[in-house]
Design a protein around this ligand. Sequence first.
Ligand SMILES: C[S@@+](CC[C@H](N)C(=O)[O-])C[C@H]1O[C@@H](n2cnc3c(N)ncnc32)[C@H](O)[C@@H]1O
Length: 509
Amino acid sequence: MTSVRYSASAGLAHRKRWGQYFTAPAIADFMCRWILQGGARAMFDPAFGLGAFHQATRAIDPAIPFSGTELDENILAFYQQNGDGSPPLIHWTDYLLHWSEIRRPGIVCNPPYLRFQRFVNRKEVLAAFQRQLGVKLPGYTNIASAFLLKSLSELEEGGRLAYLMPLEFLNTGYGETIKQALLENGLLKAIIRLDCEKEAFPDAITTLGILLAARDGRRDPVAFHTASRLEDLKKILNHPAKALVPPEGLLPSEKWLNRFETTRHDFSFPDLRHLNYYGTFSRGIATGANAFFIVNQRRAEAMGLSPTHLLPCISRSAQVTGGVLDEAALQGLLARQERLLLVNLVAPLDETATAYVAWGEAEGFHQRYLTRNRNPWHRLEKRTPAPLWFGVFSRNAFKVVRNRARALHLTCFHGFHPHHEMEPWIDYLFLYFNSRAARTILGRNKRRYGDGLEKFEPNDLNLALAPTPRWFSRLPEELVRHALSAPDDALPPELEARFDQLLLADPPP
Ligand SMILES: C[S@@+](CC[C@H](N)C(=O)[O-])C[C@H]1O[C@@H](n2cnc3c(N)ncnc32)[C@H](O)[C@@H]1O
């Protein structure tokens, strides 16, 4: 296969730099077929690569004219030497900077997927979107979403568009602009979440899906489908959708990935409040140079650092194995030479601190991305210890830690700082987070990555739901005390059953 030969010759670093992942023939066939069934008489692919969609279109109808854009001249050269023999019309250009009045009857694309940090022309591209479409793209917008937004604007009356892309934008803040555009004029028709992403993209670390849109003047309900095998794509649109939602029922601010869940529990809403009622989650300390800022006891002694220079700080999630981190657990970790001493140097620097900073500069730590933007470079963000931590990533269960050791933590956890008057509820929240009901309720706010990996941003947690103080106060004290006395064990069944009641009662008004 050409893509295998290309991948071997171009190398991983080059492919990553350009966001080059190649569409499986079954997916390309499904997308092109859907567009052509709508009557499109020409096809355009803004991220041509090795022409997966060209091949699929040609197999369906060789008479359809095909054109596209591609920015990487290496891949274009490879395609010209090794391609399928009938060169389509490909412009060597940056799609995001190449604007024209041309409207397209069929647009098919697997856009480059690069995080916003790797979006090299970001400023120029954002300015072009503002000028051309009058939209201010949020700074976090990734390239794939920008491609989609531009293509939607280029779709001619009666035209159809199919995009294969990561679906995380459906649950993120920057995605709101894109969701808004998809809803305008009833453009969006269906989203198919590919639960077989490993079959399609073995390296995928994110949830992928196919978006189908048409400028047909109709406001059809949006169908949310999931495909567990590529094979299923052939008939997927004839099968009942997981959800069918009229465009007016979808809010750009809502997390749309929830629409794929079949078992949508209704929660006992009068008993639930947003977590920000109790306090605020924020991310852990980002040092920008852990090799400088995080040391173990042996290293601290070798550098002459004393307790006045150091603060206890968990640097890796795996350092905490139980549900509670207390002083004894912390001392145990220190004795095992775990790296959990945060070097916190406060002015005026004494002799030891001055020498340590000089060593850090000799090693170049002051020129790292975060440190060079601080003044002085070795000053850390001011954080107080949070009594409750929540793991940023999870697979099957949430990682929740009751921090009784007053330790700080790095970005492996989000820390919860309760409002002063809410402090008495911390232990109750800790128990709730460990319950199976919380997995369902908080699960609504998580971001799904490929391969079962789940992630929360601090604000996802702030807006997630938890029982009210009134509800907590109805729990038998004895039961709470018993559960807290064995924090590493599973919750007592009686307590689980109590939390389960949050899932059953009245649906929202
Ligand atoms: C995910 S690949 C898809 C390739 C092919 N269409 C397929 O589906 O197999 C995205 C392609 O877009 C190209 N690309 C990256 N940035 C681009 C840009 N700004 N304008 C046009 N093409 C770009 C990459 O070089 C890569 O070949």
